[in-house]
Write a protein that binds this ligand. Structure first.
Ligand SMILES: Cc1cc2nc3c(=O)[nH]c(=O)nc-3n(C[C@H](O)[C@H](O)[C@H](O)COP(=O)(O)OP(=O)(O)OC[C@H]3O[C@@H](n4cnc5c(N)ncnc54)[C@H](O)[C@@H]3O)c2cc1C
Ligand code: FES
Length: 348
């Protein structure tokens, strides 16, 4: 018989958790081994990730995975991605709109490994805040190693990042998450792709637009239409104009269509073969329905509150339409199986 669900919201039921065992794993190596084998993320203490109750029968495999690095995703069909922990140097940090900052960092490996739609975990230098903050990759230059993050000040972590200045150092882990799949990044010549960003969901669209605009070698690039929704003040519009047509919607009607991104799309009678979107959940929910109505392929980048960012704590799960083979529940971790999902694979 399977063990009863533990206290985590997804109620993992597989394996036999050895209830009181505490395993202390170094954060760079815990990967998603704890969650994969029914362990439960507890906390980060003195720079070590504490996972409780890894089932006894999986202990050796977990230890092996800790030693060999990121192998955990491979068996479950999740793309195994290489990630790095770095102390990046701040090149520049500029306020580009009210409460919005454009942070440029010099990285050794993260920028070269990054794919559109992935994110980094940014650590606070204030040790009272141990958990990192997930921020999407807005730009990554593999040659120079420059990584661009654009973020809104939401609370104490991002407020601290807004005070970073040239020469400061900041701890990062990344690139994290799956990013947009190769099937979206390649073979879109002749098609129309919507890049839809709502508010602080706009930054990842810049890196995606840049990649799609480069196109496939012989076949060329798709028609790209960025549809951007703002509350009021605009940002990153010129960056997207460099790679795509741009359509704007503002809540107050101060620029473009008065209303939301779907009002702008419908108002202009625009049609797409593929939709890529990031933004608030109500916007993504509406786009999922719109994609079903129009028959467009639709990829949504979700935002969930995160703790570990590496698949161990299950704080970021979203509802999936299929049943996870390991846990036997309809859940996916946004930080590892996402943040980008095909809209037909998730419930919103
Ligand atoms: C995959 C992903 C990509 C993101 N990309 C961006 C981006 O490019 N630009 C941007 O401005 N914001 C982005 N966010 C949201 C950003 O992570 C939060 O605004 C930030 O963590 C808030 O931290 P805080 O300390 O300022 O706020 P607080 O509210 O003080 O945070 C407290 C805790 O809650 C977590 N938390 C709070 N809000 C969120 C949230 N929305 N998502 C995840 N964790 C949260 C924090 O990480 C922290 O552990 C992204 C979130 C996710 C999940
Ligand atoms: S599993 Fe910990 S944040 Fe996703």
């Amino acid at each position: 018989m399977q063990a009863a669900p533990r206290s985590r919201p997804c109620g993992r039921t597989s394996g036999k958790p050895s209830a009181e065992r505490l395993r202390v794993l170094p954060p760079g190596k815990v990967k998603d081994a704890g969650a994969k084998y029914g362990g439960e993320f507890r906390e980060i203490r003195k720079n070590r990730v504490i996972v409780r109750g890894i089932p006894g029968e999986h202990k050796k495999r977990v230890v092996k995975e800790q030693e060999t690095g990121m192998q955990a995703g491979q068996e479950t069909g999740i793309r195994a991605v290489q990630k790095f922990r770095e102390k990046a140097e701040v090149l520049q940090n500029t306020r580009i709109a009210k409460g919005i900052y454009d942070l440029r960092l010099k990285t050794k490996q993260i920028a070269a490994a990054a794919k559109p739609g992935q994110f980094v975990s940014v650590y606070s230098n204030d040790h009272s805040r141990l958990l990192p903050r997930p921020i999407s990759i807005c730009g990554a230059d593999p040659e120079s190693g420059e990584l661009r993050l654009v973020f809104r000040v939401a609370g104490r972590g991002t407020e601290e990042f807004s005070r970073l200045s040239a020469g400061d150092r900041v701890d990062l882990t990344g690139p994290l998450g799956n990013g947009f799949p190769e099937s979206v990044l390649k073979g879109q010549a002749g098609k129309t792709v919507f890049l839809i960003g709502g508010g602080i969901g706009i930054p990842p669209m810049v890196q995606l637009a840049r990649t799609l605009a480069a196109g496939d070698d012989e076949k060329g690039a798709p028609r790209l239409i960025s549809v951007l929704g703002f509350r009021d003040e605009l940002f990153l519009v010129d960056d997207l104009k460099a790679y795509s047509e741009v359509v704007i919607a503002t809540e107050d009607g101060s620029c473009g269509t008065k209303g939301n991104v779907l009002d702008a799309i419908r108002g202009r009678n625009l049609k797409a073969d593929v939709i890529c979107a990031c933004g608030p959940t109500p916007m993504l929910r509406a786009l999922r329905v719109y994609a079903q109505e129009t028959g467009a392929e639709c990829w949504l980048s979700l935002e969930e509150k995160m703790a570990c960012g590496i698949g161990a704590c299950l704080s970021c799960v979203c509802k999936s339409t299929d049943i996870d083979e390991h846990s036997r529940v309809r859940n996916k971790r946004v930080c590892t199986e996402g943040p980008v999902f095909n809209s037909i694979d998730i419930e919103l």
